[in-house]
Design a protein around this ligand. Structure first.
Ligand code: GRF
Length: 218
């Protein structure tokens, strides 16, 4: 089988990008990363990519007078690469409807909460403020609404009485690094299909997201 082509969009540290790079290197993913694109020239993830000889692009949103023109520049960079999947990995810009429609069913995001809980920012703080016993992360296909769209897999992380935002964020991030490659693998192996907006795994409707807990898929 041909290798799948992945394009990864980042804005910062790129630790999820690193997890994807590692999964490609250790052959968990039969894929190549065709490019890494950042809207921030200083994103540390760009160094991670360059260190692996992966093509990088900086498309700085501040250079574009509108969201539409920025999105168009992204699409013009992505499309010639003919990716099987466009992966948002800590990409901190909201994408417009045209962009999202253009990559419908081919655009994945990871969000540090158990969606639909805590869309947007400061998810770890919100989980602590609400005295949640369980927090986590979700990988989802992107739809027009922020942090919405069908969720493929979630990782649950217990909240400890001693947790701070930082300690909780660290443990959630460690699980993100496990579930993102898993979701990408299901996609590129063609095991995910869509029945309208319902996800199917191996032709069965997924009534709830797959769950990663205690280091295993259950
Ligand atoms: C992660 O917490 C991810 O869930 C969120 O942004 C963060 C990115 O971290 N969307 P990194 O750049 O992958 O280290």
């Amino acid at each position: 089988m041909d290798k799948a082509s992945l394009v990864v969009l980042i804005s910062g540290s790129g630790s999820n990008l690193q997890a994807i790079i590692d999964a490609v290197k250790n052959k968990q993913l039969n894929a190549e990363i065709s490019a890494v694109i950042s809207n921030q020239a200083t994103a540390k993830g760009l160094d991670r990519a360059a260190g692996e000889n992966i093509t990088t692009h900086v498309i700085d949103h501040r250079q574009y007078p509108s969201r539409e023109l920025f999105d168009t520049a992204l699409m013009q960079t992505i499309d010639p690469l003919e990716p099987d999947l466009v992966i948002l990995a800590g990409f901190m810009r909201i994408l417009g409807d045209n962009f999202i429609a253009h990559y419908q069913h081919q655009l994945l995001n990871i969000h540090p909460s158990l969606l639909p809980k805590y869309k947007g920012l400061n998810t770890h703080r919100k989980a602590l403020e609400n005295s949640d016993k369980v927090h986590g992360a979700s990988v989802h296909y992107v739809s027009n609404e922020l942090d919405s769209g069908p969720v493929v897999i979630q990782a649950e992380v217990p909240v400890l009485a001693t947790d701070t935002e930082d300690s909780l964020a660290r443990r959630v991030l460690a699980e993100e690094h496990k579930i993102y490659p898993l979701a990408i693998k299901l996609h590129i192996e063609g095991r995910i299909t869509f029945d309208n907006e319902h996800l199917q795994l191996d032709n069965q409707v997924l009534t709830k997201p797959l769950l990663w807990k205690n280091n295993q898929l259950i």
